[in-house]
Design a protein around this ligand. Structure first.
Ligand SMILES: [Zn+2]
Length: 146
């Protein structure tokens, strides 16, 4: 694993578990997008048809807003245009990656190893969580349980 610039967005297999971005991981691992590449637009095509797929547009963007309301967030207008790419990923790619990720990490993909499933969000209380069913709230790969 290469050294990461602190200001660089980190979305990869070693990201904190509860923050795994499956679509991004597919883009990096299956479609060979470069380190640091992130999607910034996702469109579902052929919605509800068997041929449905997801069109991801992304780039490497390491420039952050230095002030204002969006301070610390990525400034997509300053993305590295040379890395901009549009790729079509399959829903199936995501399912396969989740299974592969479970095998690799030994964690449950539903709760991403936390044992708590986030089923919603409340303005007052934040994340609404309940114990994760598939892994019995252990956070471990359910496939390895039986
Ligand atoms: Zn779980």
């Amino acid at each position: 694993m290469s050294e990461r610039n602190h200001s660089q967005p980190v979305i990869a297999s070693d990201a904190p578990a509860a923050r795994v971005d499956w679509m991004n991981l597919v883009a990096l691992e299956k479609y060979g997008m470069p380190e640091g590449w992130q999607w910034f637009r996702a469109e579902v095509k052929n919605h509800s048809k068997p041929s449905s797929f997801i069109l991801l547009t992304g780039a490497v963007c390491s420039v952050l807003f230095e002030r204002g309301k969006r301070k610390g967030q990525q400034d997509w207008s300053k993305r590295d245009k040379a890395t901009e790419a549009v790729i079509a990923i399959q829903h199936n790619d995501i399912d396969q990656l989740k299974l592969a990720w479970q095998q690799r990490t030994g964690k449950c993909h539903v709760c991403q190893g936390t044992g708590q499933y986030v089923y919603g969000w409340d303005h007052k209380d934040g994340d609404l969580k309940r114990p994760c069913d598939p892994c019995g709230a252990t956070g471990n790969n359910p496939e390895a349980l039986s």
